[in-house]
Design a protein around this ligand. Structure first.
Ligand code: S3P
Length: 430
């Protein structure tokens, strides 16, 4: 479907949604299951296009993966038993698949070539291939391995002591995967802590990884023991309905099974700062991934300032936070978010231009944006630009516009949230 008309009469949102599986954790569950020798099982997996790409990569490497909805069974010969892939490893639109696979493949015993779609071909890869080359990985690619296609000849790796120049869980995780295979102990130093799902899952698979004050230490050569992974819901998907319920008058929505890992809950902090009316009920506090339910009602909202170490904790939520800010009283300033420029699209430009078409008072800056609210938004033709989160931002915006939103390329939303419009309609009482 390349166009959709979103014509939503003004009505409160009501009901309960069980949030689909976390994208970051779903990728990692397949990756650890593919690296570990034996049988790994997964529940709550996100069958979004990005995570399905990761499954396809591991099938080409020789893992036997069966999927029944959100359940997976992974039987793997283990990284030392992988076959050389007979085709390129195609990662589609998925930055996480592309970057993490580079780290995994660097320490394998196979030769492989990685490539994705046209958005992936523009995204910077040197942030990963640079440190991997320091570990003596044999990696080649376009413009000195800055861009895909990239070829990796797996082999022995040296450990690294690496200070992260950007707050990026993808970079950190790629290095950690390589460090698992290095002959010695690696250290990674983060200035701002990024999502730590890789470290947590390493522990679940029986590895010893130390993490304190942004310093992660990992000894190479440890064995992985396959386990069951139960993936919590994705707070980055929940964020769209948190924002919707906060801003559509008279709404009350319950979001169940929301992943509440503290490295991901920046949106909750922002909702609090904006004066949203919500409660968080933590249902599972086990050490691996905390989860719970969030009940949220509409309320009057005020602008806020977002920057510094909060940014990595809500990086994917910024498009919908910007939309929320258009409905809040006062000014919202987002800074220190220059990473948005190198996401699936340049999300600073995309958010400012698309919300601007609806009449929002929003100005892009080099590292963020400034939004003055509240503004009445009017329907217009918007373009997702092939970016799932821009598409969902447009879908939620349509709930508060006067007149319909014509959304170009809504299909990309299936990258992370195939049930998005179904959930939206159920909350609208359709
Ligand atoms: C992700 C890390 C983040 C995030 C992306 C998923 C991950 O990217 O934006 O959606 O699963 O590690 P960066 O690490 O590039 O910030």
């Amino acid at each position: 479907m390349d166009k959709m008309t979103l014509n939503y009469p003004r009505a409160p949102l009501r009901g309960t949604i069980s949030v689909p599986g976390d994208k970051s954790i779903s990728h990692r569950a397949v990756m650890f299951g593919g690296i570990a020798k034996g049988r790994t099982t997964v529940s709550g997996f996100l069958p979004g296009e990005d995570c399905l790409r990761t499954i396809e990569c591991f099938r080409l490497l020789g893992a036997d993966i069966s999927r029944n909805g959100t359940e997976l069974v992974i039987e793997s010969p283990g990284i030392d038993g992988w076959q050389e892939p007979a085709d390129i490893l195609y990662t589609g639109n998925s930055g996480t698949t592309t970057r993490l696979m580079l780290g995994i493949l660097a320490g394998s015993r196979v030769h492989s070539v990685i490539a994705g779609d046209e958005s992936i071909a523009k995204r910077p890869m040197k942030r990963v291939t640079g440190p991997l080359k320091q570990m003596e990985a044999d990696i080649r690619g376009r413009e000195g391995a800055q861009y895909t296609p990239i070829s990796v000849l797996g082999g022995p790796l040296s450990p690294i002591d690496y200070e992260m120049p950007v707050a990026s869980a993808q970079v950190k995780s790629a290095i950690l995967f390589a460090a698992m295979r290095a002959g010695g102990t690696s250290v990674i130093r983060e200035k701002e802590v990024s999502r730590d799902h890789t470290e947590r899952m390493m522990r679940n698979f029986g590895m010893d990884v130390q993490s304190e004050d942004g310093v992660i230490t990992l000894r190479g050569g440890q064995e992985l023991t396959p386990v069951h992974v139960d993936v919590p819901g994705d707070i980055s998907s929940a964020a769209f309905f948190l924002a919707a319920s906060a801003m559509v008058p008279d709404s009350e929505v319950v979001l169940k099974n929301v992943g509440l890992n503290p490295t991901r809950t920046g949106m909750i902090d922002v909702l609090k700062a904006m004066g949203a009316d919500f409660e968080v009920d933590v249902t599972d506090t086990d050490d691996s991934e905390r989860r719970g339910a969030v009940t949220i009602r509409s309320s009057s909202l005020k602008g806020t300032e977002i920057g510094g170490d909060l940014i990595p904790r809500l990086i994917d939520e910024i498009p919908v936070i910007a939309l929320l800010a258009t409905q809040a009283e006062g000014t919202t300033v987002i800074r220190d978010a220059e990473e948005l420029r190198v996401k699936e699209t340049d999300r600073i430009a995309a958010v400012a231009e698309e919300l601007g078409k609806l009449g929002a008072d929003i100005s892009p800056t080099a590292d963020g944006m400034v939004i003055h609210g509240p503004t009445k938004l009017s329907g217009a033709a918007l373009d997702s630009r092939g970016d799932h989160r821009i598409g969902m931002m447009a879908g939620i915006a349509a709930l508060v516009t006067d007149g319909p939103v014509e959304l170009q390329d809504p299909g990309c939303i299936a990258i992370s949230y195939p049930e998005f419009f179904g959930h939206l309609d159920s909350l609208r009482g359709e």
